[in-house]
Design a protein around this ligand. Structure first.
Ligand code: BEZ
Length: 257
């Protein structure tokens, strides 16, 4: 779940962004881990879903690019194996029966390497169960953020492209090109309620989009975040609660025998 240069704050993540793993519980239901299965949780973050998978599987390993998140996960769930590793370049001596990934793959632009890596680390007959941001994800927030940055003269920052939000066609075609058979594919709207009634969008930006503010004086950062939140009020503040305009891709695919 990590961006290349993002340092994660596990406390802020757990305190205000628990929705990331709360929503992931339905993806674990889709995974339906079995007592004989060995499963990889790719981009495990602070490990809550890894622990849930572990309740039903034979074994689970959680990997994440962020050393801070892995340290937090190990502390919280010392009986589970967690390792620092990247999604586009991981390798284990034993292959997995399933690879699970929630809210991670949009952080990795080199999606072809990720798909290759997942294929190479699955047993024949193995299963992928993935969910991440799809085309149009958080568009309202990001469009306004880029507009505000540009209007305040921060052109370079406004052109940053942090994420990979593919269309369903692009992503399932890439899976098929690698040899997967896609058995379920959805691209759906999931407006996501943010925790804080006063600073919901600002908190989201603090947690996930800090990189846009590199090189900008702190006073301006605050001003721009406040402006972004104010300008998207009409779309994102509903009955006194803030929502992020999430669009998810959910995919199940099999590595044929
Ligand atoms: C997401 O889960 O869709 C997401 C999270 C952080 C940044 C961008 C997208």
């Amino acid at each position: 779940m990590s961006a290349s240069n993002t340092t994660w704050n596990p406390e802020l993540y757990t305190e205000k962004h628990a929705f990331v793993y709360n929503y992931g519980e339905s993806l674990v239901e889709l995974l339906a881990p079995k007592p004989h299965e060995t499963i990889l949780d790719l981009g495990c973050g602070s490990g809550q879903l890894t622990a849930l998978i572990n309740e039903s599987a034979n074994a689970v390993i959680g990997i994440d690019k962020s050393p801070e998140m892995i340290a937090h996960a190990k502390d919280a769930f010392p009986h589970i194996c967690f390792e620092v590793a990247t999604a586009e370049d991981f390798s284990f001596s034993e292959k997995f029966d399933s690879i699970f990934s929630n809210a991670t793959l949009h952080w990795v632009k080199d999606y072809k390497s990720v798909i290759k890596c997942m294929f190479n680390n699955l047993n024949p007959g193995g299963k992928l169960v993935l969910e991440f941001g799809g085309k149009g994800n958080v568009q309202t927030i990001v469009n306004q953020l880029k507009t505000s940055l540009r209007e305040h003269g921060f052109l370079q920052q406004s052109e940053l492209n942090l994420w990979y939000f593919p269309s369903i066609g692009e992503y399932t075609s890439a899976l098929e090109s690698e040899g997967f058979r896609v058995v379920l594919a959805e691209h759906y709207d999931r407006p996501t309620e943010l925790a804080d009634e006063n600073s919901g969008i600002k908190d989201w930006i603090n947690m996930f989009a800090k990189s846009f503010f590199e090189g900008i004086p702190e006073k301006m950062v605050e001003e721009i975040k406040t402006e972004v939140q104010e300008k998207i009020k009409d779309k994102c503040l509903i009955n006194g609660k803030w929502y992020a305009d999430y669009k998810r891709i959910r995919v199940v695919a099999l590595k044929e025998d």
